[in-house]
Every structure is written in structure tokens, then in C-alpha cells.
Design a protein around this ligand. Sequence first.
Ligand SMILES: [Mg+2]
Length: 258
Amino acid sequence: MDFDYATPFNCLLFDLDDTLYSPAIGIGRACRNNIEEFLASKCGISAEEASSLRAELFQSHGSSLAGLVAQGYDVHPDEYHSYVHGRLPYDLIEPDATLRELLLSVPQRKILFTNSDRRHATRVLQRLGIEDCFQRIICFETMNPHLFEDATRCSKSPVILKPSAAAMEMAVRLAGVAPRRTLFLDDSERNIDAGKALDLRTALVGKRVKTQAVDYLLGSIAELKQMIPEIWKKQDGTTTTRSELELESMRPTTPIGA
Ligand SMILES: [Mg+2]
């Protein structure tokens, strides 16, 4: 997409969990508890062992599900996600009108890029009140269609998720924009490192320490405008206005796809 702005970005890739809402509300903690319960029931181990196994699998494979599948456990993603995400206290997530306004003011194409399954992503977006703010969602199902084609092959196929190069390359391809003109926002340093390896511009969200791979550091997503004003920068050096954006939004856009 040609972009009539002086902004260095044509597309923004947003992580979801702990990036578009605060980790302090407790969704992540509840998720970790559910994973540990799942590991205990699936692997027949104690609660203490489940906690260290979860951390190990996350470290070695990027997620517990990816680790379990890699280790040969017969786990279908739907079984895992319904246990781990299906019982989350979604009512802790409040509508965020400020975030909605911020996202709608971003003139570039916005893509959600999450390791979570589509059902979880949709519920969180709905709770936040921002489900119509993205042109595309790249989620677990997008990265792993092979796991749903044949249930019997599931345990033999690798799970593809951030921060793997395959996942990052898929996001860049689906975004259809040069990596140097794509801004990738995530709360995970590992994911940011993987994005930088592909030459994406990077924003680490919710952290205080800037690493070498981080172009921008945001205490929270609410700091987007303050910390990266060039998103809205126009040719004449001014920033774009809401009314211009409304005109822009009336133009035909790329249809939403999986
Ligand atoms: Mg996250």
C-alpha cells in the first residue's frame, strides 16, 4: 500500500495479551494456573512439578502446547485451548475507550498478531471493545492449519508460534509490507528479538529496560502517541487529523482474512 504520509510505517503488527491490556489485571496469572492444572492432569505430575515444567516448556518451545506436542504428548490444540483459555475470568477485562480511540486514530493498516487461539483473541477484543479496529487477525489457527487437517497427525506436527522464524516470516508475508516499514509491538523480549532479526521496527510494551533489538520502549500501549508520534507524521511535517482519517476509512480496504 502506498502511503501518503512521511511516517516510516505502512503497517502495525500488534500482539494481544499483556500488550493491549495490562498484565496487572490477572488474565496471565489465571492462564498460567490453568496451564499448570492441564499439565498436572495430562502428564500426571504434582502441582510443584507442573509449575517448573510450564516454565521449562515455555523457555524451550515458546509455549506449553508446543513443548507438549514436541515431546510426543497426544494433545489436540482445541483440547488445550478450551482448558487453558476457556475458563479464564474474561470479565476482568474492561472496555477501553481510550485504547479504541487510539487505535482508530492510527492511519496505517493494523494487524493483530497473537499466539492465542481465535476464540480467545475474539473474546479479549470484544471485552476491550476493539474487535473492529484490526484489518486482519493472525492467530494460532492461522499459523498452524496443519494441526487441524488431520487429528491423528497432530502429535507429530510441530506447533508454529512466535518467536519462531516461521511464525515471524508468515506475519511479514501476510502483512505484505517491507519489514523496515512495519512496526511490531509486543511485550515479550524474545518476540521482539525475533522481529528485529527479520528487520522489523520494534516496540517493546510494558517493560522498563530497552535491549538492543528494541527501537521504542513503551511503559504501556497508552504511550503510543507520546513515544512514537511519527506513526501520524505527514509529508508536510504535521500530524494527521481525525477528520482526514475518517475520509481515509471510507476508502475500500483489504478484506479481513484468517
Ligand atoms: Mg503478549
